[in-house]
Design a protein around this ligand. Structure first.
Ligand code: TRP
Ligand code: ZN
Length: 867
């Protein structure tokens, strides 16, 4: 069996929906095996012609139409058609009418986790992007906004808590152990924001008073016994609500805000109006089960979903091409929230690491696409690093160019002008043009052009006139469907450094507009040559190429005053070093470089989180982009060599730091987390020590670990050691945590991301491996294919063969998940010839075996694309 790739949807084909849906009334008779959904849509035609409703996997019981104020009558079978994708009413009334349908769906049989499904015995929904059509017949597109009223009926013992969007209405008991509840959402919304949850939960409750004094009831719904573990999520929620008031003047707009945690979920979380649904991994945390990384992720995802209330829900997208309008902007908002909660430079560096690892890789391969593409295949596959992370960078550049005040004015205008609407990127930018008086049409090209721009910087110094001549040239490599690229306005934050910790010229913003430009930077006559600091704070999502020697770069790192650039200067040196070690042009790590890293680490001891980042060595995947053909096995070996050298340079600091006890009592906030980040970094370095004492030392730390942050970092470090300690720790951890699925995900992931193909086969065969649970599948297949590149891309193809059958099986169960896993192949063309041939053969076998449309969209592009 082979599946066709999905039919492409095109931006230029957009037309408004020819009907207005004023009110949607939904009536659910809930059951795990069978749920009956009655829908009544109040409709006003805006034109003439047939009415098309989306619908998938629905069993239709009846369809009826009634003119406003009259009883409805069944529609004659000749007057409507149902096909695999929806329902067409051939000749709907040309005046306001009510359309009634009744359908049956099976939540239990829904393993795609889109629409209404069962997770841990409870009912929940996921409607973005196109899940509502798996609940009832409806124009399932974001520009159709309507008022929703929901009534649910079900057995009270099985579903004691009944939740939907908006505010609770009537509720009560019925005959035969059943009960009902009504929810009314006063805000018009698109169907993708609909949500319903039913089941038995423990609830952590709290309240919030908004800036104008309105009272909000907050509830986080979790598994029985887990309520205390939702405390951090609750704290993050209240801080998010306050932050949006202070930073953007945005107040919450309902009296109720609920979060529900579910174990089976395709993404991180979902911003349904007044009823956010979360992957339980991003709700539940305490010191013994969650790492600082988890606490930080919870804080930022809770904020992200909450911030969508204004950027996404009150103002939504006209169509899915505009996805970055809500996602890029909301990521930008959550990143700034996190920066305010913690350290701004550390946050910036982490965001850039993520951008480079995921988005730059996407841009460099067959899946490259614009932040706002003009065509897509499967919509689920548009939730990418480009839309989210690069989308956020574009907002950051806008703010940098117009300044904080104009940015805020523009946002205020956007909220005022478009509240309650479904809009486009053009509508958004028109607000900033209005407040700044600038023409931003050139800047908007960033949304249309795929690929990572590269800026070449060449300098010439004239001591006679005290002039530093800086030549800047930009280029972008071709991407699939976009062979010709145009220059973009690139904001470059620059400064001239005096080499003594100060500036010869204070930071200034230069916007590079043309392909080539020359800057003449003058310093007072007689001054020594200044160093150029460019791309400070990562002021644009680009690659900067400077033709500097190792000595120049080391001097620049010492002179840097920008924390991002200081870190990045070292990263560039480290990347070059790993590549030189991997291709054999150098045998041993350069002592001067290793000493420079160590001294930067020591120099940052007042900010341990920053110091921890200075010890970081780039991941193998990041190095793929630096030199082709990429040899992951050689790169991983070279990275290890450098890590060992760095360990030896810092051995005293490592042992001193790890001798001290971790901070107690535990608090997840930035101050303590920063200290633990340094410990984690040093534990990682210790794993690269070639001494026989390392494994016992790590095992000792593992055994004494007072929290999961240290437990997991020592377990991970032990994976790189030889001898009995490693397997002892693996069994100990499993015995301790076998009943906690989130912790067991870590157990799987630690092994899959460090082990061999044989290890992965063993993990897949483990009784707790579960194809229906995306977290578990990702913790094995995702961790192996995306974090363990030397083993996944083994030249003999053993890595691919270890996971191939499981990817196929996962795709059958859950196409969104299957497609996501196949993106691990996106870099295959960059590989050395052996792995490359094996990867291509594996992709072809997958296609031959038969993939879902979602997965075929990825596999097809991966095989076809390429420059
Ligand atoms: N809109 C969600 C967010 O960014 C993510 C999302 C999109 C999602 N589609 C999904 C979540 C499908 C779960 C399942 O916050
Ligand atoms: Zn989002």
């Amino acid at each position: 069996m082979r599946t066709e790739t999905p039919v492409a949807v095109k931006l230029k084909d957009y037309t408004p929906y020819p009907f207005e849906i004023t009110v949607v009334t939904l009536d659910f008779d809930l059951g795990a095996q069978k749920t009956v959904v009655k829908a009544a849509l109040s409709i006003t035609p805006r034109g003439q012609g047939a009415m098309r409703l989306d619908g998938e996997a629905l069993h239709l019981n009846y369809v009826a139409v009634g003119l406003a104020g009259e009883p409805s009558k069944p529609v004659d079978p000749a007057d409507f058609t149902v096909d695999a994708r929806g329902l067409t009413l051939h000749a709907p009334p040309q005046q306001p009418f009510v359309l009634e349908t009744e359908v049956e769906i099976s939540p239990e049989a829904n393993t795609a986790l889109s629409g209404l499904y069962l997770s841990g015995g409870r009912l929940c929904t996921q409607c973005e992007a196109e899940g509502f059509r798996r609940i009832t017949f409806y124009p399932d597109r974001p520009d159709v906004m309507s008022s929703f009223r929901v009534r649910m009926v079900g057995p009270k013992d099985e579903f004691p808590i009944l939740l939907s969007n908006g505010t609770p209405g009537a509720s009560g008991d019925l005959a035969n152990g059943r009960h009902y509840a009504e929810w009314i959402d006063p805000h018009k919304k698109p169907a993708y924001l609909f949500a319903l949850c039913a089941g038995d939960y423990d609830v952590l409750r709290d309240t919030f008073t908004t800036m104008s004094g309105k009272h909000v009831d907050l509830g986080i719904h979790v598994d029985k016994g887990d309520a205390p573990r939702a405390a951090w999520a609750m704290d993050a929620l209240k801080r998010s609500m306050r932050w949006d008031e202070e930073a953007y003047g945005r107040e919450y707009d309902l009296g109720v805000f609920n979060i529900v945690a579910v174990r089976d979920f395709n993404f991180g979380a979902m911003e349904n109006k007044g009823l956010n649904i979360f992957n339980s991994a991003y709700v539940l945390a305490d010191e013994s089960t969650a790492t600082d990384f988890d606490f930080e992720a919870i804080e930022s995802i809770v904020a992200h979903e909450y911030f969508h209330n204004w950027t996404g829900n009150r103002i939504t997208c006209r169509d899915w091409f505009q996805l970055c309008l809500k996602e890029g902007l909301t990521v930008f908002r959550d990143q700034n929230f996190s920066a305010d909660m913690r350290s701004r430079p550390v946050q910036r560096i982490k965001d850039v690491i993520k951008l480079r690892a995921r988005q730059f890789a996407e841009d460099a391969g067959p899946l490259a696409h614009a932040v706002r593409p003009d065509t897509y295949g499967a919509i689920d596959n548009l939730y990418t690093a480009t839309v989210y992370e690069k989308g956020s960078e574009l907002i950051g550049m806008l703010r940098r160019m117009i300044g904080n005040d104009k940015y805020r004015e523009g946002m205020d205008l956007y909220f005022a002008r478009h509240d309650g609407q479904a809009v486009t990127i053009e509508d958004y930018y028109a607000c900033f043009e209005a407040v700044s008086g600038r023409d931003l049409s050139d800047f908007r090209r960033w949304y249309a052009q795929a690929g990572t721009p590269e800026v070449r910087v060449t300098e010439a110094w004239d001591p006679a006139t005290g002039t530093l001549k800086v030549e800047l040239s930009q280029s972008v490599k071709p991407t699939p469907g976009q062979p010709v690229k145009h220059p973009l306005p690139i904001p470059l934050l620059c400064a001239l450094l005096d080499g003594k910790g100060g500036h010869t010229a204070e930071p200034f913003l230069h916007v590079l507009e043309k392909s080539n430009e020359t800057l003449e930077l003058k310093v007072p006559p007689g001054s020594p040559r200044p160093s150029l600091s460019v791309g400070r704070d990562f002021s644009a999502p680009i690659r900067i190429d400077r033709n500097l020697t190792r000595e120049d770069r080391l001097a620049l790192v010492k002179a840097e005053t920008d924390p991002f650039n200081k870190w990045d200067g070292l990263q560039t040196l480290i990347k070059d070093e790993i590549i030189a070690l991997s291709d054999g042009s150098q045998t041993n790590p350069d002592h001067e470089l290793v000493a420079a890293i160590a001294s930067a680490v020591r120099g940052a001891n007042d900010d341990p989180a920053y110091a921890a980042l200075l010890t970081r060595l780039p991941e193998v995947g990041e190095l793929f982009l630096e030199r082709q053909q990429a040899d992951p096995v050689a790169l991983a070996a070279a990275q290890k060599k450098l890590k060992t050298a760095l360990y030896h340079q810092l051995a005293n600091e490592v042992s001193e730091t790890l001798k001290a006890a971790p901070p107690a009592p535990y608090h997840p906030g930035a101050e303590q987390a920063s200290i633990r980040a340094m410990r984690t970094a040093f534990i990682g370095l210790l794993s690269a020590s070639d001494s026989r004492d390392a494994a016992p030392a790590l095992y000792g730390l593992y055994e004494r670990a007072p929290n999961m942050t240290e437990r997991l970092s020592t377990l991970r470090a032990l994976m790189f050691t030889k001898g009995g300690a490693k397997s002892e720790a693996i069994s100990h951890f499993e015995a301790l945590w076998k009943n906690n699925p989130l912790v067991m995900d870590k157990w799987f992931s630690v092994q899959a991301s460090t082990g061999t193909a044989e290890d992965v086969k063993r993990l897949i065969a483990h009784p707790a491996f579960d194809l229906k649970n995306p977290n578990r599948v990702r913790s094995v297949i995702g961790a192996f294919a995306m974090q363990n590149l030397a083993a996944f891309h083994a030249p003999d193809g053993s890595g691919y063969r270890a996971v191939e059958a499981t990817i196929l099986a996962a795709d059958k169960v859950n196409p969104a998940l299957g497609a996501r896993l196949i993106t691990a192949f996106e870099q295959w063309r960059l590989l050395e010839p052996k792995a490359r041939a094996e990867a291509e053969a594996c992709l072809k076998r997958l296609v031959e075996a038969g993939l879902s449309e979602n997965a075929m969209d990825i596999a097809g592009r991966a095989l076809a694309g390429g420059a």
